[in-house]
Design a protein around this ligand. Structure first.
Ligand code: FAD
Length: 511
């Protein structure tokens, strides 16, 4: 039976994170009727929580900031880090379109960017030690008017109830705010919250629209030019995570509960799309909070991580995704790295790293997530690891701090390790642990979103099992199998790549 459409648009965008809003803006700015459908009560998704670093090599904002970078060196670096785990053509499409995307966005007065000094995550050919990321400039919240109440609040407020100033929006708040502002000003876009894509509707072998749920009703939206799915991954679906990633369910993803539960994945599977990289995520160590959520942690200035055996298992200054992979690898060794304990001493009154929000010692101690003892032996007892092993681990590490050389894990050798390091010894990334009392804080395996989804072509078009395009539908952001494969090459690849493929998808749709 032919579908009875309730509404018709040119381009329908499902989701409202950075990738979605970039696609929507590209469509609306080029005169297409654009409809954005968001499942939750807020626009912005995980993108609104983010720092909004955007890894877009060779763009003019970098040039203006005096950063020596080019598409050629960006591509050399990206290829060297990702390898063949994503198609070469996809990698090239991402990196080579980055400058064009930034030029296009920057033409709109609502969309302003600046350089973000944050190093690439690998020391590979083409890397830029001082960083090649950009961020949206902060935005006075008042410019958003009534829209402000619809922007997903920062993660500190949204998931932890910790107040945060919202008079000036920065990072992901600014990205989402600026894109909404630009989108509204086109006059061609309609945006809806509380509207969930249930499935993709196929007519005559082409995705013609979307079946949605809105206020308890089922509606059918026809998209005459194309449907762009940017509905995140399945990070908030504990069952799928156990099934596809073999991980204890847990509430440890940074995404908002109830947001990215794998609706896109299910819709693509129903369509017969090729699915890839479902075992992957943008991993990170995460401090476990009393409410069961786990907060993204990076930039260690001190302390070591030990596993259930009381041993170090990695260079703690690694970029967060690489440390996440190390924590995950504990499953394979049989020595659990879950929880990991972050051990530090009286030099630090709070956890020596960046966690948003910062853990409050008293509340964490009451919840048993932060333990303190006057001796390392006492601390080992409190956290249930062998005291003799923990003692040896710390003594050995203190030796490395004195010599400046970590012969076990080479901490402090890579430029990234030293970016946050603040120690005053021969190697600033190695700070001894020798002043009582001693602390241990629980760290688990968090993530910034999953990376698996529909395999895509160079314009984000969804591919079938046979490699042929499924007409009418595009996947971007974490709804697509990531161009990053198994690695996280540099700050801003999740958002940067999602935004590029959103731009490319719409450019193709409207061509
Ligand atoms: P999201 O931004 O999560 O958007 C998906 C949206 O789709 C959500 O609003 C969701 O509610 C909606 N949705 C889901 N299902 C449906 C449905 N069925 N129908 C309609 N809507 C639906 N990345 C970077 O690149 N740079 C950074 O600096 C950075 N910093 C970060 C800092 C923090 C603290 C965190 C938590 C993450 C950070 N990340 C960063 C990671 C990045 O934010 C995410 O990976 C990225 O935002 C995912 O974008 P997305 O568009 O795929 O999903």
């Amino acid at each position: 039976m032919p579908v009875q459409w309730d509404e018709t648009t040119d381009v329908c965008v499902v989701g409202s994170g950075g990738a979605a809003l970039t696609a929507a803006y590209t469509a609306a700015a080029n005169g297409a009727r654009t409809l954005v459908l968001e499942k939750t009560e807020y626009f912005g998704g995980t993108s609104a929580y983010s720092g909004s670093g955007l890894w877009l090599p060779g763009n003019h904002i970098l040039r203006q900031a005096g950063v020596e970078d080019s598409v050629a060196s960006g591509l050399e670096y990206f290829r060297a880090t990702v390898g063949d785990r994503s198609p070469a053509a996809l990698q090239e499409a991402y990196v080579s379109t980055a400058p064009e995307l930034v030029e296009f966005l920057d033409r709109d007065p609502a969309l302003e960017f600046e350089f973000l000094p944050f190093p690439d995550y690998y020391t590979a050919p083409g890397h830029v030690a001082g960083g090649r990321g950009i961020v949206p400039k902060p935005l006075p919240a008042a410019e958003l008017g009534d829209r402000l109440a619809q922007v997903r609040p920062p993660i500190s407020i949204d998931q932890y109830g910790v107040p945060q100033d919202r008079e000036t929006l920065s990072g992901g708040q600014a990205l989402v705010g600026r894109l909404l502002l630009a989108l509204d000003r086109t006059g061609n876009a309609t945006l809806r919250t509380g509207t969930r894509m249930r499935s993709l509707v196929v007519e005559d072998g082409r995705v013609a629209g979307v079946e949605v749920e809105h206020e308890g009703r089922t509606l059918f939206v026809r998209a005459e030019r194309g449907v762009i799915v940017a509905a995140g991954g399945f990070e908030r679906n504990a069952e799928l995570r156990r099934e596809l990633q073999g991980l204890p369910g847990g509430d440890w993803s940074s995404a908002a509960p109830g947001s990215n539960t794998g609706d896109a994945l299910a819709a693509f599977q129903a369509l017969g799309a090729a699915i890839d990289l479902t075992d992957e995520a943008w991993w990170c160590p995460a401090v476990l909070f009393p409410n069961g959520h786990a907060a993204f942690t990076l930039g260690l200035r001190g302390g070591i991580f030990v596993n259930a055996a009381g041993e170090r298992f990695a260079n703690e200054s690694l970029p967060y995704d690489q440390m996440g992979h190390e924590i995950r690898a504990g499953h394979a060794t049989g020595v659990s790295h879950l929880p990991t304990w972050w051990i530090f001493d009286a030099r630090f009154t709070s956890t020596p790293g960046i966690t948003q929000p910062a853990p409050d010692p008293e509340t964490f101690q009451a919840a048993g997530l932060w333990r303190t003892a006057d001796t390392l032996t006492g601390l080992a007892e409190l956290i249930g690891v062998p005291a003799d092993v923990l003692g040896k681990t710390v003594t050995r590490f203190n030796g490395f701090a004195a010599s400046g050389v970590d012969t076990d894990f080479h901490r402090g050798e890579a430029p990234y390790d030293r970016f946050f390091a603040a120690g005053d010894g021969p190697n600033p990334a190695l700070v001894p642990i020798d002043r009582a009392p001693f602390h241990a804080v629980q760290v688990v395996l968090g993530d910034l979103g999953t990376k698996g989804g529909a395999r895509i072509g160079t314009d984000g078009q969804v591919l079938g099992e046979d490699g042929a395009e499924i007409p009418g539908v595009y996947a971007i952001g974490n709804s697509a199998a990531s161009v990053g494969g198994h690695v996280y090459s540099g700050p801003g690849v999740p958002l940067g790549s999602g935004m590029v493929f959103g731009y490319r998808a719409v450019t193709r749709i409207l061509a």
